[in-house]
Design a protein around this ligand. Sequence first.
Ligand code: PMP
Length: 430
Amino acid sequence: MNHDNSHALFQQALDLMPGGVNSPVRAFKSVGGEPFFAKRAEGAYLIDVDGNRYVDYIGSWGPMIAGHAHPKVIAAVDAVMRDGLSFGVPNALEVTMAQTITRLVPSCEMVRMVNSGTEATLSAIRLARGATGRNRIVKFEGCYHGHGDSFLVKAGSGMLTLGVPNSPGVPKTLADLTLTLPYNDFEAATRLFDDLGGDIAGVIVEPIVGNANCIVPAEGYLQHLRELCSKHGAILIFDEVMTGFRVALGGAQALYGVTPDLTTFGKIIGGGMPVGAYGGRRDLMRQIAPSGPIYQAGTLSGNPVAMAAGLATLELIQAPGFYENLEARTRLLRDGLQQAADAAGVAFTTTGVCAMFGLYFREGPINGYADAMASDGARFNRFFHGMLQRGVYFAPSAFEAGFLSSMHGETEIAHTLAAAREVFADIAAG
Ligand code: PMP
């Protein structure tokens, strides 16, 4: 594969942007080598500036659940943008978006649109603190909730990839207000609430952890967090930026039957445009400005073009059988990879829920963060590059979940598995 054009762009970018990128994990720091630059994307494929095609298992880190450049999404954007790109006054699409989210996720009685997942989570903890009059928040090791100061404590995603789970520049006094717990540890959560329950404003959790590879909740764990929060008067926040509209139409909360007080969204609700949202109990949401005193605002929030892309995507995912098909295809991929690894004698396991999956270079089961961290990183890196050379793009980090879209068909999966058989054999050969 020729990467001349990507290489030339990356050399320029390195002088102009920190690490040559606008978001850290894109830089291939942990897997080594250089990123490729996208020229365009269609369906299940990314096409780079050198004309190479890749089956894409990241989908812009989650939003592209209906595939890249879906004609219905593009048509919706095209129609709306001709009427103007931003108004700074309310527009009807914002109402439709709020109706859609509140209908599909009933725990969200009201919502507020923002421009990224980070903004959504920052706003949600401000609301939890403002509503309870308490300062401490609880998060989980390896969970990532965007780059807000309070969240860069034992954080996942790029923080794990780069090996810097805490960040310089976060005031210690603020970081000290963030308490961390091991995910899936029932006892640790009970003890923390017994000790400090009266000081805890809220608990924020990825209901399925997708930023430390992919860790599925133990049976009853989310319910346990729900009960602790209710008992101690803390706000339970599900960060469904990744899982929302990804693992089921109603998100992880529908799948596990647990009702949070607040939920954060991003990714899919923007259909590829920069969008986030937070929503929840009406009595809480009413405390947000201008109906209440807790301040949060945004010049471009509810942007009509972004709403159009998001609404077109939310329309597509409501088609009958949409999630069943996605789940079946993801199963095909996971089972096929497992068989290829087993045939080559490479220790390997997968996790996942519906169209979200994790790959581990170790035996299962994966019950928590420590299990996830024990995956063989060197083997993952060989796998990543071997697959990339064969036109298959998995996340350039052992700590990120992967995603399928509805455009990943049997052809793409067969191509992926043929490549994987060769790569696992290479890995086994040492
Ligand atoms: N929460 C979760 C669970 C995420 O996965 C991410 C991003 N991957 C964020 C929050 C932050 O979203 P954004 O990058 O849009 O700020």
